[in-house]
Design a protein around this ligand. Structure first.
Ligand code: FE2
Length: 353
């Protein structure tokens, strides 16, 4: 995913309309409407990574090897339970016995990531957040490089060296054989979300470096797309749970309690709780609107949404007191209010990672 795609994705999420947004950690792997995977284009020319990786290696690696994984993957999943799944969904569910899918889904994912984390641009740097995480886990970027090189050198035969975000939210360096990767939950001894990977198959370096895998690993370090790696790191960070959000913002938690005690019965057709407590809900929204918003959530969008919550809850409260109001109107108004509440929660969660 390049920066523009990432920002577009974030804009979609921050736009707030969707409460169950696109998974935050996914490679941009193009698929046809029929679910077949496609070979992604490179963001640069075959010769753009020279002198570190030569043009012929890039051309064969992308146009023959990666293309081969894609076509074999499409053939292997035809008519199986893997057909129609995303690449991440396939990796998470394959077992060791699914040899063809294992090799080719791994090959497709790994290479798609690999092309993205390389760049001819010399000016990319790890973000402040990623630098902090690297320093915490390895001491320095130089130590990370040594760990990655050691992992790449110790792979016997073909495989990959990975920088991953583990379940413990810490960075780790791993190695894998063949086209396995740490997203293969039923196969990989250690799992995690890859944010950077180095292909140490001979097809990645042999034309230029022959048997000198160490020289190749050192050269790759010169062409890392740190901007992409940083974006992938931030996307891989787990989203905070609602519980943590509510602990940070007591007035939002207070509103949530009344909202859930009135909205959920209404979902089941029981409007008695909201009719009895709509004034209380409006008061809690007013208190929320006056509360001091925790610094992490003090954005114009959140402030605006909180004001809207106050206005809409007043409208609902008035509606419930009018004799002519129908149950359908109350349900509609409460559902809209619930939507505004979840918009606030969604915006806060986006701001917390
Ligand atoms: Fe490769």
């Amino acid at each position: 995913m390049n920066k523009r795609e990432f920002l577009k994705l974030n804009a979609l999420i921050v736009g707030g309309a969707m409460l169950n947004p696109i998974p935050s950690f996914a490679l941009f792997t193009p698929q046809k409407n029929n679910g077949d995977f496609l070979l992604p284009d490179l963001d640069y020319a075959f010769n753009a990574l020279e002198p570190f990786v030569d043009a012929m290696t890039m051309e064969i690696h992308h146009g023959k090897h990666h293309a081969g994984y894609v076509s074999k993957l499409n053939a292997a999943i035809k008519g199986t339970s893997f057909e129609g799944k995303t690449i991440e969904g396939i990796l998470a569910s394959i077992g060791p016995e699914d040899t063809a899918v294992r090799n080719n889904a791994g090959g497709h994912y790994n290479h798609t990531l690999f092309w993205k984390v390389l760049t001819p641009n010399k000016n990319t740097k790890p973000s402040a957040k990623l630098t902090e995480a690297i320093n915490q886990s390895f001491g320095s970027t130089e130590s990370l490089k040594e760990r990655m090189m050691a992992a790449g050198k110790t792979v016997f035969g073909s495989g990959w060296a990975w920088l991953v975000l583990g379940e413990d939210r810490k960075l780790a360096v791993l190695a894998s054989s063949n086209q396995d990767n740490p997203m293969m939950l039923k196969i990989s001894p250690q799992t995690g979300k890859p944010i950077f990977g180095i292909d140490v198959w001979e097809h990645a370096y042999y034309l230029k470096y022959q048997n000198k895998r160490g020289d190749y690993l050192s050269s790759i370090w010169e062409i890392i797309n740190w901007e992409e790696v940083s974006l992938r790191y931030e996307a891989a960070l787990p989203k905070p749970k609602n519980k943590e959000l509510f602990e940070e913002w007591a007035e939002l938690n207070d509103f949530h309690t009344t909202m859930s005690q009135t909205f959920h019965p209404a979902e089941g057709g029981d409007l008695a709780p909201i009719k009895a407590r709509s004034k209380e809900l409006a008061q809690k929204a007013a208190t929320l609107a006056k509360s001091s918003i925790p610094a992490a959530f003090s954005t114009p969008q959140i402030m605006e949404a909180v004001q809207q919550l106050e206005r809409d809850s007043k409208i609902l409260s008035r509606l419930t007191r009018k004799r002519k109001t129908t149950d359908a109107q109350i349900t509609q108004s409460l559902t809209a209010l619930h939507g505004v509440f979840h918009k606030i929660v969604g915006l806060c969660r986006e701001g917390m990672h």
